[in-house]
Structures are given as structure tokens and as C-alpha cells.
Design a protein around this ligand. Structure first.
Ligand SMILES: *Cc1c(COP(=O)(O)O)cnc(C)c1O
Length: 386
């Protein structure tokens, strides 16, 4: 059967092509034109970041943070193993060693109580990843970083419009990174942003993003020529991407609201299954406001996840698992190391299923997903875990 309720369906606000036509008409196609400036201003206003800079991707923004942090071979960077490849790869590119720490069983975020045991004289930074757009315990993490003289670099790829105690994710650490990939909430196909929060990084971030030159200062008329200042690369997107993104940022509030409505509907529909011990629903700490980036479930240990996924697929529903923990991946084992046991990561990674969630998903769609899921869980329990 073909999939009739896909896992993700990119949402367009309707203004994207109009703004792209405007950028086209402006004859400014390279980066840092009018639309990029609008996006920067929006991000700075809505997050409180000192400086926001559009990038090609969150991956690119994380690579910029590794350059800004001056990561050298052998430097250690503390992060969860339960994350996307780019969190670790950005630092490994500079010879950094990802040090994988276990996650909390409730939010699946970096377990702040296990960070200190992983710190060595080589540790340079802590990289909290806000899984599903739900914040890590940033007060505790910031406090540890201060006491040990470490940078905090937030992988807020999934966290656009989410907050922790009223502060935007990505704006709390020294540096933060957003993603506007097609699978995220606010999109531009491929796209991302670096948020610079700590003083002292903004000028260098501009240089790194512009091939290691001070071209940004030249464009502002602050210098009369631009030259090679530092090592960098080309991290900025062109104006057509920024024009598309502007159409999305303008509607970010509504996109979040619509996703939240779907998230809450799943949460209500699945309450009984949790009571009956078929699955565990997401946990949102009280001080975290999330953006409904994802609705995931953890199937009970006696349920065979693959059978559940196959049953959903056969019914035309696009549900998917998520990360293979990095400490058990080929590259992760080659360049990184685990700090202690990663029991929670190992126990939960194999039980997680993400359900379809996108703007335009109907309540009837969701009810169908949950009906099929109920049947799939029974089939999965019969199959058991070999
Ligand atoms: C999506 C994602 C990334 C990568 O984002 P891109 O924009 O595709 O580079 C990095 N980290 C996390 C946690 C993500 O979810």
C-alpha cells in the first residue's frame, strides 16, 4: 500500500514564490541582501541573540561554532550520543573528540547530572541538543560550564520558537544553531542560522562566514577594502533562500500554533495507551515551552518496534524511528568516546517511533494513525522481542 499519511509534508505559507520573485527583481542574488537582513532582524528580535547569521544549514552553523571555539585536535566536546550526526561531525572535522554522555529518561536530552564526570583537562565545550524542541536543563548546564571554563554551544536545530524559562532556545549558551531544513518547523529547503550570544564572537563570526574575509565590514562601509583575516569558508546562503525563509519566519507563530494543536490531539488520544502500559508519551518539563517539532512515543519493552513500524507502513502511515546512537556508529567509535555507560540511550533508542506531524494534518488523519497504532502495538507485542 502506498503511504497516504506521510511522516512529513513541507508546509508553504503561500508567500515564498512572491518573495523569491522580488529577490530576483532586485538583482541581488548573492547573500546578505534585503531578505537576509530581514531574517537576521527577525531572529535577533525573537531570540534576543546578540547577532544572528543565516547559514546554508544547521550543520554549517555548527561548523562555524567549532571554528569560533578554536577547536584543535584532541580537544573534547561533551554531547549526547542520541543526536544527529552533525552535532559531532562539526567538531570532528577540526580534530575534536566527541565525548558522549547519556540522556535523561524523561526528555531524552543530555543528562546534566552526568556531565561533570565526563569533564577532563581537554574538555572545551558542552553541546546540549534540545530534542524534539524541548529544552535541556540550561541553568544546570550553564552553571557547570561557568565553573569549568567551558563554552556552551546549543544545537537548537529543532528548537525554533521554543523557550526555556522564557528564553529562546539557541540564545542561552555562548552560541546556538538553528536548522531550517525541510523536515523542521520553519523551513527553506536547506538552511540554518548561527546565533551569537556571548560578547566577543560576533565580528569573528562574520569573517568566518565570508570566506575568512572582512567583506561584511566593507559592505557596511567600515573599511575601504576587504582582505583575508582568518580561516573561514562560505557559510552564507543566497538571497533566494533567504526570500523563501522570510515567508516562513513571518508565519512562524501560526506554524507553531497549528503544530501544537496536532501535538496536543495526539497526546490526548494516546493517554489510555500510556495508562495501559503500551507506550510512554513525551514529557514536557513545566519550565519548557516547546514548538511541537515532533510527536514521538516509546513503545513498551515487550513490543517489537520493527513490527509496529511495518504494520503502520502496510496501512499507509509514514511513522519512522530516529537516531542510531552515535557511540554505536562506525564514525562515532572511530573519532569519539562514550563517557561511562550510556544505559538510557541504549535502552530507549530502539523503542522510539515518530508519528506523522505537519501543518495540514487533520484530526481524522490523527485518529486513523492512532487506530492503526493500537492494532500495530498488539501485533508487535505478539511478535515480541527476539
Ligand atoms: C536537523 C538537525 C541537524 C542538522 O540540520 P541541517 O540544517 O540539516 O544541517 C543538526 N542537529 C539536530 C539535532 C537536528 O535535528
Amino acid at each position: 500500500m502506498t503511504i497516504h499519511i506521510p511522516f512529513n509534508k513541507p508546509y508553504m505559507t503561500g508567500q515564498e514564490l512572491g518573495y523569491i520573485a522580488e529577490a530576483h527583481g532586485n538583482l541581488h542574488l548573492a547573500g546578505d541582501g534585503m531578505f537576509t537582513k530581514r531574517c537576521h532582524a527577525w531572529l535577533e528580535q525573537h531570540t534576543g541573540a546578540r547577532r544572528a547569521l543565516l547559514t546554508h544549514s544547521c550543520t554549517a552553523a555548527l561548523e562555524m561554532t567549532a571554528l569560533l571555539a578554536a577547536i584543535k585536535p584532541g580537544d573534547e566536546i561533551i554531547m549526547p550520543s542520541y543526536t544527529f550526526v552533525s552535532t559531532a561531525n562539526a567538531f570532528a572535522l577540526r580534530g575534536g573528540v566527541p565525548v558522549f554522555v547519556d540522556i535523561r529518561p524523561d526528555t531524552l536530552n543530555l543528562d546534566e547530572t552526568r556531565i561533570e564526570a565526563a569533564i577532563t583537562p581537554k574538555t572545551r565545550a558542552i553541546v546540549p541538543v534540545h530534542y524534539a524542541g524541548v529544552s535541556c536543563e540550561m541553568d544546570a548546564i550553564t552553571d557547570i560550564a561557568k565553573r569549568h571554563g567551558l563554552l556552551v554551544i546549543e544545537d537548537a536545530a529543532q528548537g525554533v520558537t521554543s523557550t526555556y524559562k522564557g528564553r529562546a532556545l539557541g540564545s542561552i549558551g555562548d552560541l546556538g544553531a538553528y536548522s531550517f531544513h525541510e523536515t523542521k518547523n520553519v523551513i527553506s529547503g536547506e538552511g540554518g542560522a548561527l546565533l551569537v550570544n556571548a560578547p566577543g564572537f560576533a565580528a569573528q563570526a562574520e569573517i568566518i562566514r565570508e570566506k575568512g574575509t572582512d567583506r561584511s565590514r566593507y559592505f557596511r562601509g567600515e573599511v575601504d577594502k576587504y582582505t583575508w583575516q582568518d580561516i573561514g569558508s562560505s557559510f552564507l546562503p543566497g538571497e533566494l533562500i533567504a526570500a523563501f525563509l522570510w515567508a516562513q519566519l513571518e508565519q512562524a507563530g501560526r506554524i507553531t500554533d497549528e503544530r501544537l494543536a496536532s501535538w496536543r490531539h495526539y497526546h490526548a488520544l494516546l493517554a489510555d495507551l500510556e495508562t495501559d502500559c503500551w507506550l510512554r508519551r513525551p514529557v514536557i518539563p513545566e519550565h519548557c515551552v516547546h514548538n511541537a517539532h515532533m510527536y514521538y512515543i516509546l513503545v513498551a519493552p515487550h513490543v517489537n518496534r520493527q513490527v509496529v513500524l511495518d504494520t503502520l507502513k502496510q496501512a499507509g502511515i509514514g511513522a519512522v524511528f530516529h537516531y542510531i546512537p552515535l557511540h554505536s556508529s562506525r564514525a562515532g567509535m572511530a573519532v569519539g568516546r562514550a563517557a561511562g555507560e550510556l544505559d538510557v540511550t541504549d535502552a530507549l533508542a530502539g523503542r522510539l517511533i515518530r508519528l506523522p506531524l505537519w501543518v495540514g494534518l487533520t484530526r481524522a488523519n490523527q485518529e486513523e494513525v492512532v487506530d492503526v497504532l493500537k492494532r500495530a502495538l498488539r501485533v508487535g507485542a505478539q511478535a515480541g522481542n527476539a
